[in-house]
Design a protein around this ligand. Structure first.
Ligand SMILES: [Zn+2]
Length: 618
C-alpha cells in the first residue's frame, strides 16, 4: 500500500490463486437438493438507497453440515474480519454492521452477538441465510463507500465468513442501483450470469475490491496480459498517453521477476479532491489520486510511481512474502519484521522501475536516492527504532502516529526504500555486476511462491540474499535492518564510484526545533524535535506562541525568528491550556543534513561499469 504519494506510505491476502482456481469446486446455483450440493457461500449485494450510504447483504450458506459440527452443536458462528490485508491496523469493520438476522428453511432463527465481530446463529440446519446492512461512507482504498454517484466495496468490511467454509467457493451476485451499468473487480465472472463473480475461497474474495457505478474504462495489454483501468471521478485525461505509459511501467515491473502470474489485472482509480494512496491485491489494485493527477509533469510522474508501487506488489508481498503474511488471521494482528522488505523495497522498486522504463534520468534517480537518505537521517526516530521493529509495530505505531512519532519511530517505507537501494548495491558489488536485487526477487518467487507454496522466514530471506550476493551481508542486516545505528553509506556507494556527502550550509542561524501550525493569526506548536532548543528548554505541543522578546506573534513565528543566531536566548510567551507561561529558549545549531551523491575522484573502469549496470546506462 502507499499513502500520499512519496510521503507516507502504506498489502496482502495470500492464496495460490492459480493453484486454487484450477482446483476450485463449482458452487451450486439451485437448491432442489441443497443437502447434496457442495458447501459454499453466495452473497447477494444490493444497494437500493445509495444516497443513505448503505449496502444490503444477503449471505447464503450452503450445505454447512458437510464441513462442520454445527449440526451437533446446534449453532454456527459468523464473523467479520477486523482488518484488511495490506493495511496493518485493526479497523473494526463490524462497527458498520446493523440489522443482523438469520433464517433457515424460510423461518427466522435465533442469533446473538458473542464478540465484537462475531454472531452465533442457533440452528442445525444445512442451509442458512444471513442478512445484514453495512454503513459505507468512507472513501479510501481500505474502507467501503456508497453514495448517489457510485459504490466501492472493500470485501473485508462487507462480507462475513464461516471458518469451516473459508476454503470453499464464495460467489458474489451484485445488484447495482437502478441506473448503474458497470461493475469492475479482479474476481472471475461466472459465465452466463449477470454481475456474478466467484472466488475459489474467502481469501481471494477478501483480496478483490469491487467498483459499481457508471465509471469509464480503458484497456491495454502488457506482457501479453489484458489490463483494465477503471476511472471514477470527473477527470480529464489523455487515454492514449495513459495506455502507453501504464504499459511501459507494467512491462518494466514485470521484467524484474520475468514471469507474470495473472490471467488479467484491474486498476480501480478513484479521483478525489485530497488524499491519495493505493492498496495492492493479487490481480488488482485500487489507486486514489487527485483530480489534477495528469495536469502537470510532476503530478503525472508522481502518479506513475504510485502505479509502479502498487503493481510491483503483485509480486512483492502478494506472492513474494514473509511467512506471517498469509494465510491470514482475519481476527488478529499478523506480525512480521519484514514490512521494510514488503513495503520499503516496493518503494525502492517504484523509482527503480521508473528509471528502467526511462521516466527518470540517471541524475533524477540519484537525487531521489540522496533525498530518501536525507529524509530518514533528519528524523530523530531513525536512531531509536530499527526497520525490523518499525515493521513489527506497524499496528500500534506506524498506523497510529502521534505528535512524538518523529522522535521515536522511522517509517518502514522510507528506511526500507533506502535499504532496498543498499541491498541492490551490495548484491551488484558482491557479484561483480553479475546479479542484482532482481535476482533475489526471482529466487524468492521461484523457491517460495512456486516451489514451496509458502512465505519465507527472516532467516530464509537473509540466507537467500547472501547466496545471491555471494558474500556475507552481516553489516547490512545487523546494522541496516536490525539496529538503529548509523549506516556507513559510503561503503555501499564506493563500488559504483560515488560518494554521499552532507552539503547543508554551515550557518550561524539558530534552530528552534518546532513544527508550527500557522493559521488564523496564530502560531501553534504541533511537534517538538528531540534534542532541539524547544525540547530541552520546554516548549510543548499545543502551546500557542503569543510573543517572542515582547514582540507580538501572529501566524508569522518562523519569519520573526529567521535571523536569530545560535546561542541567543528568546523569551517566548505562550498560552498553555489557558495559562500564560514565559519560557526562555536558547537557540542551537541547525542539525538538519542535506545529502548529495557525487562522483569520486579517479573512478576506475570497474566502478564505471558497475555504475552503468546499476543505472541501466548502455
Ligand atoms: Zn505498498
Amino acid at each position: 500500500m502507499k499513502k500520499n504519494a512519496r510521503l507516507l506510505y502504506l498489502l496482502a491476502v495470500w492464496t495460490f490463486f492459480i493453484f486454487l482456481s484450477s482446483t476450485a469446486k463449482p458452487l451450486p446455483t439451485d437448491d432442489e437438493n441443497p443437502a447434496a450440493t457442495p458447501p459454499g457461500i453466495t452473497y447477494v449485494l444490493s444497494m437500493p438507497e445509495p444516497q443513505t450510504h448503505y449496502f444490503e447483504v444477503e449471505m447464503q450458506l450452503k450445505n454447512v453440515a458437510a464441513t462442520t459440527s454445527s449440526k451437533k452443536n446446534g449453532y454456527l458462528d459468523i464473523k467479520m474480519p477486523v482488518w484488511t490485508p495490506g493495511s496493518y491496523l485493526i479497523r473494526e469493520y463490524a462497527k458498520n454492521v446493523e440489522a443482523f438476522t438469520a433464517t433457515a428453511a424460510g423461518k427466522a432463527v435465533r442469533s446473538e452477538k458473542i464478540r465484537k465481530n462475531a454472531w452465533r446463529v442457533y440452528t442445525g440446519d444445512d442451509n442458512v441465510t444471513i442478512r445484514y446492512r453495512v454503513y459505507a461512507n468512507e472513501l479510501t482504498v481500505r474502507t467501503s463507500f456508497i453514495d448517489a454517484d457510485h459504490g466501492y466495496v472493500t470485501p473485508a468490511g462487507m462480507f462475513m465468513y464461516h471458518d469451516a467454509l473459508k476454503t470453499y467457493p464464495h460467489r458474489v451476485v451484485i445488484q447495482p442501483y437502478k441506473n448503474w451499468k458497470h461493475v469492475a473487480t479482479g474476481l472471475e465472472p461466472v459465465a452466463g450470469a449477470n454481475f456474478t463473480y466467484e472466488a475459489p475461497d474467502f481469501d481471494l474474495l477478501v483480496d478483490s475490491p469491487i467498483e459499481i457505478g457508471n465509471h469509464r474504462t480503458f484497456g491495454f495489454t502488457a506482457s501479453g496480459i489484458p489490463h483494465t483501468v477503471v476511472m471514477f471521478g470527473d477527470v480529464e485525461y489523455d487515454e492514449k498517453r495513459l495506455q502507453a505509459d501504464y504499459k511501459r511501467v507494467c512491462e518494466a515491473a514485470a521484467s524484474v521477476v520475468g514471469e507474470h502470474p495473472c490471467k488479467h489485472y484491474t486498476f480501480i482509480v478513484h479521483h478525489i479532491p485530497t488524499g491519495g494512496g493505493g492498496l495492492e491485491h493479487l490481480n488488482s489494485t485500487t489507486l486514489e489520486t487527485y483530480r489534477n493527477a495528469y495536469s502537470t509533469e510532476a503530478n503525472y510522474k508522481g502518479f506513475l510511481t504510485l502505479v509502479a508501487h502498487e503493481y510491483f506488489h503483485l509480486w512483492n508481498v502478494k506472492r513474494i512474502r514473509p511467512i506471517a503474511l498469509g494465510p491470514f488471521d482475519y481476527e488478529n494482528e499478523n506480525y512480521t519484521h519484514m514490512l521494510w522488505l514488503s513495503e520499503g523495497c516496493t518503494s525502492f522498486y517504484e523509482d527503480y522501475i521508473l528509471r528502467r522504463a526511462g521516466f527518470h534520468t540517471p541524475e533524477t534517480y540519484l537525487n531521489i536516492v540522496a533525498n530518501d537518505i536525507t529524509g530518514i537521517e533528519n528524523q530523530p526516530g531513525v536512531r531509536v527504532q530499527s526497520a525490523a521493529e518499525s515493521s513489527w509495530d506497524a499496528w500500534i505505531k506506524g498506523y497510529r502516529p502521534n505528535e512524538n512519532s518523529n522522535n521515536t519511530t522511522i517509517s518502514y517505507y522510507s528506511k526500507g526504500s533506502v535499504l532496498g537501494t543498499l541491498l541492490n548495491l551490495a548484491i551488484l558489488a558482491g557479484s561483480n555486476g553479475e546479479r542484482s536485487m532482481d535476482d533475489l526477487m526471482r529466487f524468492l518467487y521461484n523457491e517460495y511462491y512456486k516451489k514451496q507454496k509458502r512465505g519465507f522466514t527472516d532467516d530464509e530471506f537473509r540466507k537467500a540474499a547472501e547466496q545471491i550476493a555471494g558474500r556475507s551481508l552481516d553489516d547490512f542486516f545487523s546494522i541496516g535492518v536490525n539496529s538503529a545505528e548509523p549506516i556507513n553509506y559510503n561503503t555501499y556507494f564506493e563500488p559504483v564510484g560515488l560518494q554521499l556527502t552532507n552539503v547543508a550550509a554551515k550557518t550561524q542561524d539558530g534552530f528552534l526545533g518546532v513544527g508550527i501550525s500557522a493559521a488564523g493569526g496564530k502560531s501553534t506548536v504541533t511537534s517538538v524535535r528531540r534534542g532541539s532548543a524547544a525540547y530541552t528548554d520546554g516548549l510543548n505541543v499545543g502551546d500557542e506562541i503569543l510573543s517572542v522578546d515582547s514582540v507580538r506573534v501572529g501566524d508569522d513565528l518562523l519569519r520573526l525568528i529567521s535571523n536569530r543566531q545560535v546561542g541567543e536566548t528568546l523569551k517566548v510567551l505562550v498560552n498553555r491550556s489557558g495559562l500564560l507561561r514565559e519560557i526562555p529558549v536558547t537557540l542551537t545549531p541547525n542539525p538538519l543534513a542535506s545529502y548529495r551523491l557525487t562522483q569520486l575522484p579517479n573512478v576506475t573502469p570497474e566502478q564505471k561499469a558497475l555504475y552503468n549496470k546499476w543505472l541501466y546506462i548502455k
